[in-house]
Design a protein around this ligand. Structure first.
Ligand SMILES: [Mg+2]
Length: 114
């Protein structure tokens, strides 16, 4: 069972998602097929979008974002990559990028010039 002290640990979260996959045997029941997982992630992103566009309460938005996060972590399990490491590599890259205002909103990108 999850201890409160583990709740901030990526490893503990990943282990919980792995336990969910194992419980329902996702590996041999299609639950780890990437094309299916992409559809599920799109579905959850739609639910996040509906929360925002329909002005639903913050706790409903938090639950839908959590759904998406669980799917993202499960996709890392399914596709056998280290999401923790990918996160930090990308975060470090993003921190070095420049920001510009585009149509009144900030955009952080590589801004390739032709
Ligand atoms: Mg949902």
């Amino acid at each position: 069972m999850q201890r409160d002290s583990d709740k901030d640990s990526y490893a503990a979260m990943l282990a919980a998602v792995q336990a969910f996959h194992t419980k329902h045997d996702f590996k041999s029941t299609g639950g780890e097929e990437l094309i299916y997982r992409v559809a599920l992630m799109a579905e959850e992103l739609g639910e996040v979008s509906a929360c925002v566009s329909k002005g639903k309460p913050r706790d409903e938005l938090a639950e839908e974002v959590a759904d998406l996060m669980i799917l993202l972590m499960g996709t890392a399990i399914a596709a056998k990559f280290d999401l923790n490491s990918a996160f930090w590599q990308k975060m470090n890259k993003l921190m070095l990028r420049e920001a510009r205002m585009v149509n009144g909103r900030i955009r952080v990108s590589e801004f390739r010039t032709k």
